[in-house]
Design a protein around this ligand. Structure first.
Ligand code: UT7
Length: 318
């Protein structure tokens, strides 16, 4: 049986860091950040908060919205690049904190495409009968892997989590998913550090070729969208809401322009959340569901792109 999203949820840490505050720490300005990225502020996790805590809070909201209890969840997939620890997976920690023991739980590491990857995998597992009620979360604490002296990266990212509950459905919700990666581009966006014999070797902070990432993202987001539409016999005119990875408003606008999609059809939360990597798409989805923009029967196209390089789409009927 196909799957559909039965409920969504989100969590943003209480602390908000504005562009104005950032410009007192590094040589930047509110005007530069807004003009080049569309970002106005970001949320920052508190010292006692872990990625699993953010995921848990978002998951609880999604479960309530779906009217599914934690005990009924038999699959947990967490997309994250900033896990609580090397192992066990953040998904296993979330499972324990939720009290939903027994079903499979694992993390997906596809950086900013992580949620699209996780949703695609969970959808197939529900469709194949390997799970009935799946919890899929994107959760990140990027503030801990940023060099706060590097204005080229520290202004771009934020912390947060978004979650959905997938259930089997006679009427398909998820219509298609398409995933891609090209490891030849792995160095244009990476955190190369590794834990080795008790010490961190290599830089444990985000390294990025900004313009290189920008060009790559615009190209593959548009290609992904066209691939999804062609597979479903649809055109851009059939898309009610486009929810691309929330990296930069200029990347989102350029993608919409390439598709001939009106600006108003693009859900954007980058001004308030910044780039929350694997959490950005489920955060934006939850915002648009809860404010009533996304209505039953509408087509929603999720587009992910991120380090790896990875990219892909999930097309759904709400
Ligand atoms: O999930 C994917 C994550 N990554 C991304 O989304 C990044 C994609 N790339 C981008 O969003 C853009 O490339 C950036 C926002 C990172 C940069 O914008 P840009 O228009 O490509 O600027 P640029 O890198 O070409 O830099 C232009 C100037 C440079 O100064 P000079 O060399 O022209 O004097 C930079 O040093 O802007 C300078 N600059 C800044 N100035 C003020 C770079 N960062 C900042 C900053 N504040 N925070």
């Amino acid at each position: 049986m196909p799957s559909r999203i039965a409920g969504t949820g989100r969590y943003l840490p209480a602390q908000v860091l504005t562009n104005a505050e950032l410009s007192r720490r590094v040589n930047t300005s509110d005007a530069w950040i807004r003009e080049r990225t569309g970002i106005g502020q970001r949320h920052i996790a508190g010292p006692g908060e872990q990625t699993s805590d953010l995921a848990l809070a978002a998951a609880r909201e999604a479960l309530a919205a779906a009217s599914v209890t934690a005990a009924e969840i038999d699959l947990i997939v967490v997309a994250t690049t900033s896990p609580d620890m090397v192992f066990p997976s953040t998904a296993c920690i979330v499972q324990d904190k939720l009290g939903a023991h027994g079903g499979p739980a694992f993390d997906v590491q596809a950086v900013c495409s992580g949620f699209v990857y996780a949703l695609a995998v969970a959808d197939r597992m529900v469709a194949d009968g390997l799970a009935r009620n799946a919890l899929v979360v994107g959760a990140e604490i990027y503030s801990r892997i940023l060099d706060w002296n590097d204005r080229g990266t520290c202004v771009l990212f934020g912390d947060g989590a978004g979650a959905v509950v997938l259930v089997p459905s006679a009427k398909p919700g998820i219509l298609s998913s398409h995933l891609h990666a090209d490891g030849r581009y792995r160095n244009i966006l990476c955190v190369p550090g590794q834990v080795q014999s008790g010490a961190v070797t290599g830089t444990p902070y985000v390294q990025m070729d900004g313009p290189g990432v920008f060009k790559f993202a615009v190209r593959v987001l548009a290609e992904s969208a066209l691939e999804a539409l062609a597979a479903n016999g649809m055109t851009a005119a059939d898309v009610d809401w486009l929810i691309p990875h929330q990296a930069n408003v200029r990347i989102m606008d350029a993608t919409a322009r390439r598709l001939g999609l009106a600006h108003e059809r693009v859900v954007s939360t980058v001004d308030l959340h910044a780039n929350t990597s694997a959490a950005s798409i489920p955060l934006a989805l939850d915002v648009a569901v809860r404010d009533g923009r996304i209505q039953p029967g509408q087509h929603v196209l999720l587009l992910g792109v991120g380090g790896g390089f990875t990219w892909g789409s999930v097309l759904l009927r709400w």
